[in-house]
Design a protein around this ligand. Structure first.
Ligand code: CCH
Length: 283
C-alpha cells in the first residue's frame, strides 16, 4: 500500500494537499484595509508573530511560537499582548478555510507575508509547529520586553532567546512599521512617516531627528520636532548604548545589510523552540 505523504492530510474520503502558497495568498489578500490605522494589518501581524515567538527561553526550551498558546489564558490577557486579539481574529477566516494549518504556523507565516507584502525582504519560513491543547502550556509571564527599561533589560530579554547585540538592533528595526496605541500599550504615534513600508527609515530617524521627552500625562516617550513621531525609551537605548549604536549607524547607511540581517534574525525568532521534522522544505 501507498505510504502517507508528509504534505498531505487524509480527511475521510479525500486527501487535502497542504498548499502553503494558497495560505500565503489568502494572508496577502487581507493585509490592506481602509480605515484601520495606516491602512494595513501588516504591522499588527508582524507584532503577533513576534510576541508569539519572543517568549522563548533557551535555558529550558520553553516558550516560543510552537503551541500557539496565546489563544489561552493567561497569555492572551498579558498586558504586553493587548491588541493582538484583533490580529488573531482577522486570521480566523483563513484558519477556517485552511483548517489543516496550525495556528502557530499561521501566525508566524502571517508575520512573514506581512513583512514581504510591505516591501521587506523574503523571510525563510517552514511549517511544522504544532498547537498545544490548553493554557497549561503557556510560558511564564514577564518574558517580553518592557519599553520603559534600558539597554541591560534589552540584552537580558533577547540574549535569553539567543540573540546577540547586532541581531537585537536588526530585529528592533521592525519599529519602522506600525504605531503605538494608548489603549494597548499606553504609548502613542508611529515611529516613522511610512509605517506600512518596510525600510531602514527607523534607523535614519533615530540618528537624524532630534528626540525630546514628550510632555504629557502618559508614560515617558520621545517625540520629534513635529510631535507626530515617537520613540520608546528602549528605542532610544539603541543610540545611547555605544555597542548598539554602531549597528544603528550601519543599518541607517546600508539598507541591504539591514534587510538581509533582519530576514535571518526574524526567521530564527519564529523558529525558536520548534522541532521540525527532518527534511522540511521551505516554502
Ligand atoms: Fe515592538 N512594540 N517592541 N517590536 N512592535 C510595539 C509595537 C510594535 C517593544 C515595544 C513595543 C520588537 C521589539 C520591541 C513591532 C515589532 C517588534 C509597541 C506598541 C510597543 C510598546 C504596541 C501598541 O500600542 O499597539 C519593545 C520594548 C521591544 C524591544 O525592546 C520586535 C523585535 C519586533 C519585531 C521583530 C511592531 C510591528 C509594532 C507595531 C504594531 C502595530 O499595531 O502597529
Amino acid at each position: 500500500s501507498e505510504m502517507p505523504q508528509p504534505a498531505a492530510l487524509a480527511t475521510g474520503q479525500t486527501t487535502v494537499k497542504k498548499d502553503y502558497g494558497a495560505v500565503k495568498k489568502a494572508i496577502e489578500d487581507i493585509l490592506d484595509v481602509e480605515g484601520y490605522d495606516d491602512g494595513s494589518y501588516g504591522p499588527l501581524l508582524v507584532r503577533l508573530a513576534w510576541h508569539a515567538s519572543g517568549t522563548f527561553d533557551k535555558a529550558d526550551g520553553t516558550g516560543g511560537s510552537n503551541g500557539a498558546t496565546m489563544r489561552f489564558e493567561p497569555e492572551c490577557s498579558w498586558g504586553s499582548n493587548a491588541g493582538l486579539d484583533k490580529a488573531r481574529s482577522i486570521l480566523e477566516p483563513i484558519k477556517a478555510k485552511f483548517p489543516w494549518i496550525s495556528y502557530a504556523d499561521l501566525w508566524t507565516l502571517s508575520g512573514v507575508v506581512a513583512v514581504e507584502g510591505m516591501g521587506g525582504p523574503t523571510i525563510p519560513w517552514r511549517p511544522g509547529r504544532v498547537d498545544k491543547p490548553s493554557g497549561v502550556h503557556c510560558p511564564a509571564g514577564g518574558r517580553l520586553p518592557d519599553a520603559s527599561k534600558g539597554a541591560q533589560h534589552i540584552r537580558e530579554v533577547f540574549s535569553r532567546m539567543g540573540f546577540n547585540d547586532q541581531e537585537m538592533v536588526a530585529l528592533s528595526g521592525a519599529h519602522t512599521l506600525g504605531r503605538c496605541h494608548t489603549d494597548r500599550s499606553g504609548y502613542v504615534n508611529p515611529w516613522t512617516n511610512a509605517p506600512t513600508t518596510f525600510s531602514n527609515l527607523y534607523f535614519q530617524d533615530l540618528l537624524n531627528k532630534k528626540w525630546t521627552p514628550k510632555k504629557w500625562d502618559g508614560p515617558l516617550q520621545y517625540e520629534d520636532n513635529t510631535k507626530t513621531l515617537m520613540m520608546l525609551p528602549t528605542d532610544m537605548e539603541l543610540i545611547k548604548d555605544k555597542k548598539f549604536r554602531k549597528y544603528v549607524e550601519l543599518y541607517a547607511k546600508n539598507e541591504e545589510q539591514f534587510f538581509s540581517d533582519f530576514a535571518s534574525a526574524f526567521s530564527r525568532l519564529l523558529e525558536l523552540g520548534v522541532q521540525f521534522p527532518a527534511a522540511t522544505v521551505a516554502v
